[in-house]
Design a protein around this ligand. Structure first.
Ligand code: IPM
Ligand code: MG
Length: 351
C-alpha cells in the first residue's frame, strides 16, 4: 500500500529517536512491499526559532492531508520561560486539537527481561498489561484560562470542562478496546469532588449498562494512583480525563523500567492519527546519540496498526523489539551501553 507520513521530529532527542523509527518503517516497507513517503516538518521549539510559532498553519494543513503523523518530542531549556507568549507545548496542543485526536492510547506492558529495571518487585509486575486511554482534547488543557490582578491578590484560573459527547466517544472506545482484551474497563475520576467527574461517571455508567459483556469499575483518581503501583496487574483498560491521564501514565511508565520504552497513539474518528513516544525531549542527553529509540519505534508499530491497518507489520516490529530486549540489548536508560543507532540496528536485524 501507499502511505503519506508527516514526521515532526521536534526538539532535543526527538530527531534522534524519530530518525530510527523512520528507518524501521522503511525496512518494513521494503520487506512487505509498501510505499511510504516521509515529509519532515518543524514543530515545537525549532518551529518557534524559524517561524515564531510552535506549529504553523501550513504544517497543520500538511498533517491533515497525511495518512499519519510521527512525532518526536518538543521543548527544552531555551524555550522554558513559563511566562513566554509562545511555547513549544502549544504546538502539540494545537496539533491534537487541529486533528481532533481525542483518544490517546498508552499501552504499558513491562517486558519480563526488564523487571529488574523497575523499582517494583518482579511479582508485582508479572502479568501487567494495562492500556491507558487518556481523553486528549478536553479538560483543563483546553478550558478557559485567565490571570488578573484583583484587590486581594493575583488570581489565576484554569477551567475543567467536559461535554457529555466528549466523554461518550472516549469511553465507548474504551469498551470496544476492552472487548478485544480482558474485558474490563476502569473509569477513573474524582466524582466525590468535581462536577465534571460526576458527569464522567454517569456517562460511563450508561455506556457500561449497554455493554454487559465488559466489566466496568469506577475508581477515584487518588485510589487509582495507589493501585497502579500496589496491584498494577488488576487493570485492563483504564480510561480517564486529560490531566489525570497525563499524570497516571508517567507513573505507569515506572512499571516498564524506563520512560524510553513507551509508545502512544492519538486517534480521532477517521482522520490521521498522531504517534509519539510518551517521553519528553530529554535536553540533558540530546545530541549524544544515547537515547532509547524503543518508544518511538513502538509508536511506529502503532501507526501501522491503527492508521494503516497493517497488523502483521505492526506485530513484526513488536516481535523484533521483544526479541532485542530478550537478547539483552540495552540503551543507557536501562543500564546498557548501546547507542540509539545500535539499538535500532539490533531491532532491524531481527525484523
Ligand atoms: C504528554 C506531555 C504533554 C502533555 C506536554 C508536552 C504538553 O506531557 O504527552 O504527556 O502534557 O500532554
Ligand atoms: Mg505527560
Amino acid at each position: 500500500m501507499k502511505a503519506k507520513i508527516i514526521t515532526l521530529p521536534g526538539d532535543g532527542i526527538g530527531p534522534e529517536v524519530t530518525g530510527e523509527a523512520v528507518r524501521v518503517l522503511q525496512t518494513i516497507a521494503q520487506q512487505f512491499g509498501h510505499e511510504f513517503t516521509f515529509t519532515e516538518r518543524l514543530m515545537g521549539g525549532c518551529s518557534i526559532d524559524r517561524y515564531g510559532v510552535a506549529l504553523t498553519d501550513e504544517t497543520l494543513a500538511d498533517c491533515k492531508g497525511s495518512d499519519a503523523v510521527l512525532l518526536g518530542a518538543v521543548g527544552g531549556p531555551k524555550w522554558d520561560d513559563p511566562m513566554a507568549k509562545v511555547r513549544p507545548e502549544q504546538g502539540i496542543l494545537a496539533l491534537r486539537k487541529g486533528l481532533r485526536v481525542f483518544a490517546n492510547l498508552r499501552p504499558v506492558k513491562p517486558h519480563p527481561a526488564l523487571f529488574d529495571a523497575s523499582p517494583l518487585k518482579p511479582e508485582r509486575l508479572a502479568g501487567v498489561d494495562v492500556l491507558v486511554l487518556r481523553e486528549l482534547t478536553g479538560g483543563l488543557y483546553f478550558g478557559l484560562k485567565s490571570r488578573e490582578q484583583t484587590a486581594s491578590g493575583v488570581r489565576a484560573v484554569d477551567t475543567l470542562e467536559y461535554y457529555d459527547y466528549e466523554i461518550q466517544r472516549v469511553v465507548e472506545l474504551a469498551f470496544r478496546l476492552a472487548a478485544g482484551r480482558r474485558g474490563k474497563v476502569t473509569s477513573v475520576d474524582k466524582a466525590n469532588i468535581l462536577e465534571s467527574s460526576r458527569l464522567w461517571r454517569q456517562t460511563a455508567a450508561a455506556i457500561g449498562a449497554a455493554h454487559p459483556e465488559v466489566a466496568l469499575e469506577h475508581m477515584l483518581v487518588d485510589t487509582a494512583s495507589m493501585r497502579l503501583i500496589a496491584s498494577p496487574a488488576s487493570f485492563d483498560v483504564l480510561v480517564t480525563e486529560n490531566m489525570f491521564g497525563d499524570i497516571l501514565t508517567d507513573e505507569a511508565s515506572v512499571l516498564a523500567g524506563s520512560m524510553g520504552m513507551l509508545p502512544s497513539a492519538s486517534l480521532g474518528s477517521g482522520g490521521p492519527g498522531v504517534y509519539e513516544p510518551i517521553h519528553g525531549s530529554a535536553p540533558d542527553i540530546a545530541g549524544k546519540g544515547i537515547a532509547n529509540p524503543v518508544g518511538a519505534i513502538l509508536s511506529a508499530a502503532l501507526l501501522l496498526r491503527h492508521s494503516l491497518r497493517l497488523e502483521r507489520e505492526a506485530v513484526a516490529i513488536e516481535a523484533a523489539v521483544d526479541a532485542a530486549i530478550a537478547g539483552g540489548c540495552r540503551t543507557a536508560d536501562l543500564g546498557g551501553k548501546l547507542t540509539t543507532r545500535q539499538m535500532a540496528d539490533e531491532i532491524i536485524s531481527r525484523l
